[in-house]
Ligand binder design. Structure first.
Ligand SMILES: O=P(O)(O)OC[C@H]1O[C@H](OP(=O)(O)OP(=O)(O)O)[C@H](O)[C@@H]1O
Ligand SMILES: Nc1ncnc2[nH]cnc12
Length: 185
């Protein structure tokens, strides 16, 4: 089966991401994905790249990272006809949880997932909008692994390679797919 070629979409998607300088603090170039969602054609291309990538890979579960990972992750899971698991920031989930602490480009955080969110051996893709230091993605991967999930891949729309996260994730042995990057921008 032919698949959508992410290389053909990378420039298009990158060109529609808005950069907001010095937000949420001085020195941060914030890569805002909301324009991708707002335009229906762009949103469809974005979702389709991920759906085509995973539709033949016998994925059981998409785990999405709070909060922007919920937007992409839930739609991709719906289109693949598989379940979606929210990996939430601390204190938001009502049932028993497992937790991982991590560091961000601008702060610290803890994420949690329900203890029954994944069954041992389920094939999981962890999705988010962006990889910066990789702390959030690694925390999500660790949580699903702790529940016995087999991490098929971590995926995100944007890689900020200068922050080192994508390298860290790959060095940890986790396959990582990102649709576009902002290397040298
Ligand atoms: O690779 P890292 O350095 O961990 O950074 C990437 C994470 O940071 C952002 O989320 P943020 O924590 O700002 O939360 P939000 O999605 O609720 O805005 C982004 O959506 C990723 O989840
Ligand atoms: N530069 C950035 N832009 C958007 N989201 C981020 N999360 C961490 N760093 C970010």
């Amino acid at each position: 089966m032919s698949t959508l070629d992410p290389l053909n979409h990378a420039d298009y998607i990158r060109s529609r991401i808005r950069t907001v300088p010095d937000w949420p603090q001085a020195g941060v170039q914030f890569r805002d994905i909301t324009p991708l969602l707002q335009d229906p054609k762009t949103f469809r291309v974005l979702v389709d790249v991920f759906v085509h990538r995973y539709m033949d890979q016998r994925i059981d579960l998409i785990a999405g990272l709070d909060a922007r990972g919920f937007i992409l992750g839930s739609v991709v899971a719906y289109e693949l006809n598989i379940g979606f698991v929210p990996v939430r920031k601390k204190g938001k989930l009502p049932y028993t949880t497992v937790a991982e602490e991590y560091e961000l480009e601008y702060g610290n955080a803890t994420v949690e997932v329900h203890t029954d969110a994944c069954q041992p051996g389920q094939r999981v893709v962890v999705l988010d909008d962006l990889v910066a230091t990789g702390g959030t993605m690694m925390a999500g991967v660790k949580l699903l692994s702790r529940l016995g999930g087999e991490i098929v891949e971590a995926g995100a729309i944007v890689d900020l390679p200068e922050l080192g996260g994508s390298q860290l994730i790959r060095q940890a042995g986790i396959p990582l797919f990102t649709l576009c990057d902002f290397a040298g921008h």
